[in-house]
Design a protein around this ligand. Structure first.
Ligand SMILES: CC(C)(COP(=O)(O)OP(=O)(O)OC[C@H]1O[C@@H](n2cnc3c(N)ncnc32)[C@H](O)[C@@H]1OP(=O)(O)O)[C@@H](O)C(=O)NCCC(=O)NCCS
Length: 334
């Protein structure tokens, strides 16, 4: 599915052709130039430095650069998912000095033309935004679902200590425990639960698995993509799930030396079960970690406040931001 690097560029609409930009598929050699225009992106939580090489290897992804007078000024990645029906846009960024001039729009349209010419079966374009979308955006996009974003930070060693105190403190631990402990799923139970039953449809927002900003429909081809990643999948009860979660393994982010990022997507509406799974993911992923962690938890919006209180009052971790949300949106590819 990879678009080859000697790609034949699509016939561009006139407005695009006039923008004076050249487009190319990104290569390993472009890394430094891309990083130099990416400073401070996503508040220092940019995943691209860690993911760049694997993105280039990804068979269903193409990373496109826009150059102006030979210099890289913008990047976007497109992935074809959902059995070939959806183009997923990720990583969009424009060099600071070029922002506000419509470059992002030109690049988005270029990528759309490119994907249409290579994959005529693609019907929609999806992306996830965490900025304030206005009425103009909603004329362009349909909202698929939204999740609250809770961003906390802590030192792994401190949290590990705090979590071990819990295991000793019956009061707090029992308030977190129910009759069942969360279950970690292996590949075959993931496939079984997510694909052969309709149990997850009531748990997932709009039947969508959102993993680290990427929205996937419940399809075997998507589960195959997800199973290639290092993710912990958890559920409260395999035979009657109410809450499910996906947690990345910690990976480095450029906010500082020894800073890691942990991304936890939680689906479902039961606060206690959500807290339990959050707790288990933290226990597992801070066990051997040393350094600072930025942990981003995506969850049903009404759970944001009580989960934030739990983080602050019980886990003693620092809240980095007030409520924000991620919106999964789509538009038709015409
Ligand atoms: C967000 C960013 C890419 C916008 O670039 P820009 O060239 O200044 O964009 P403009 O303000 O000229 O807007 C042009 C188009 O991009 C779209 N756009 C703006 N922000 C967007 C976003 N976060 N995701 C997708 N499209 C976006 C606008 O809707 C507009 O579309 P239109 O031309 O079809 O109307 C740029 O500010 C940037 O690099 N920010 C830092 C990284 C970042 O936050 N990326 C967003 C990922 S969620």
């Amino acid at each position: 599915m990879k678009i080859d690097t000697s790609l034949t560029m699509p016939q561009l609409p006139e407005a695009l052709a006039q923008a004076g930009l050249q487009f190319a598929v990104a290569t390993e050699e472009d890394f430094d130039e891309i990083m130099s225009m990416s400073q401070d992106i996503y508040g220092g939580l940019d995943y691209l430095p860690t993911r760049y090489s694997s993105w280039l290897q990804d068979t269903n992804r193409t990373v496109i650069l826009a150059r102006k007078q030979g210099k890289v000024i913008a990047l976007e990645s497109v992935c074809v998912i959902d059995d070939g029906e959806t183009m997923l846009v990720e990583g969009l960024r424009v060099a600071p000095q070029e922002r506000g001039k419509g470059v992002a729009g030109v690049l988005l349209r270029f990528c759309s033309e490119l994907v249409k010419s290579k994959y005529p079966e693609v019907k929609v374009s999806r992306l996830t935004r965490d900025d304030q979308m206005g009425p103009k955006d909603f004329q362009k996009y349909r909202l698929i679902t939204k999740q609250g974003i809770l961003l906390v930070r802590f030192r792994a060693e401190d949290l590990k200590l705090r979590l071990s105190e819990f295991s000793l403190s019956r009061d707090i631990y029992s308030s977190l425990s129910s009759n069942h402990s969360p279950v970690r799923l292996d590949d075959s139970s993931i496939t079984q639960l997510y694909l052969t039953t309709d149990l997850m449809q009531g748990v997932l927002p709009n039947s969508t698995i959102i993993q680290d900003w990427q929205p996937f429909k419940l399809l075997a081809s998507n589960i195959a993509i997800l199973l290639k990643k290092d993710i912990d999948w958890m559920v409260d009860d395999v035979s009657s799930p109410s809450v499910a979660s996906l947690c990345t393994f910690p990976f480095r982010v450029p906010i500082g030396d020894n800073w890691y990022y942990l991304n936890i997507d939680i689906f479902g509406k039961d606060l206690n079960l959500a807290q339990q799974q959050f707790f288990c993911h933290l226990q597992r992923h801070t066990a051997t970690l040393k350094g600072h962690v930025m942990c981003q938890i995506f969850l049903d919006p009404p759970l944001w406040k009580p989960m934030a209180e739990f983080c602050h009052n019980v886990l003693n971790v620092e809240l980095v931001k007030e409520y924000t949300e991620q919106c999964v949106v789509e538009s038709d590819v015409v």
